[in-house]
Design a protein around this ligand. Sequence first.
Ligand code: FES
Ligand code: FES
Length: 152
Amino acid sequence: MRVALTVNGMRHELELEPRELLVYVLRERLGLTGTNVGCDTSSCGACTVLVSGESVKSCTVLGVQAEGLEITTIEGLARNGELHAVQQAFHDHHALQCGYCTPGMVMAAVSLIESGEATDKAAIRAGLEGNLCRCTGYHNIVEAVAAAAGVT
Ligand code: FES
Ligand code: FES
């Protein structure tokens, strides 16, 4: 099927098989390997991207369902060589260990903050419950997101 989608501001027209998951379209068709696959079963959040500004686990979406949609991946967050505020906060607060979950965590956090739901650390923990860090680095992740959101 022929599908047109916009990823990080660039329009792409792709010939996709109906069975292809969006995460594999991003990684294997477009080379955007910052979006990780941790489970393939919608449990871990490593594949989280923004679809029309909302966080979505890209292993739960077929590529053909992205027809006409705007997708942002971790590669699309920095602007003019400057890290996004959430990326900078992860750096400043040492909010990663192995880094495997980090792109998904950052994308979920961006959505959480932009939706106004990151009102305090408890809300941040609840908002990120769909993203797993197998290194259990949650404390610093929450500190980073709180700093980016300007809450305590
Ligand atoms: S790879 Fe999508 S939720 Fe784990
Ligand atoms: S930093 Fe290791 S899985 Fe999150």
